[in-house]
Design a binder for this molecule. Structure first.
Ligand code: GDP
Length: 170
């Protein structure tokens, strides 16, 4: 079985659920009061897809969203990024463009981009329609999933979809 190491960056406004998604993916847990200080700043998890073992090194801003000066180091060598918004907070969807712009500025040209509409378990509070987000993802050639760190809906799925878009190793 071949093994690949994938650096992946998580982006998105504070509170959209980035740390919760990482904890769900890595530990298969959900904690309603995850403290931002404990928020995963660096975690790794191996996923096996089609006889290849992908070791994800996941970089989370862990509440450092404001320290934009860290960006170049944060993005260096990243093969993939997940940009997260909260389906119950329209403003977090509107800022996706800023995160994607920053990613294009500092990230590599062939970085695999995924967009996660998180908290899809909160259907009654939804502010962003699936269709609007899907169209936006298509315009940006991005993978798109609505996820829930709470119920685990589509969490490992989005990572699996990313592995399928990675350029084959030369
Ligand atoms: P971050 O600042 O982007 O890392 O966001 P956090 O992971 O700290 O999550 C912010 C808040 O949203 C916390 O209170 C989480 O418990 C909550 N949260 C995160 N993901 C979900 C989800 O999928 N569903 C629900 N209902 N709450 C979530």
């Amino acid at each position: 079985m071949s093994m690949r190491e994938i650096k992946l960056c998580l982006l998105g406004d504070s509170g959209v659920g980035k740390s919760s998604l990482v904890v769900r993916f890595v530990n298969d847990k959900f904690t309603a009061n995850l403290e931002s200080t404990i928020g995963a700043s660096f975690m790794s998890k191996t996923l096996v897809v089609n006889d290849t073992s992908y070791k994800f090194q996941i970089w989370d801003t862990a509440g450092q969203e404001k320290y934009r000066g860290l960006a170049p180091m944060y993005y260096r060598g990243a093969a993939a990024a997940i940009v997260v918004y909260d389906v119950t907070r329209e403003a977090s969807f509107q800022t996706l463009k800023d995160w994607i712009r920053e990613l294009k500025q500092y990230g590599s040209d062939n970085i695999v981009l995924a967009i996660a509409g998180n908290k899809c378990d909160l259907e009654d509070l939804r502010e962003v329609s699936t269709r609007t987000a899907l169209e936006y993802a298509e315009e940006n050639n991005a993978i798109f999933c609505e996820t829930s760190a709470k119920t685990a809906h589509n969490v490992s799925q989005i990572f699996t979809l990313i592995t399928q878009r990675l350029p084959s190793e030369s």
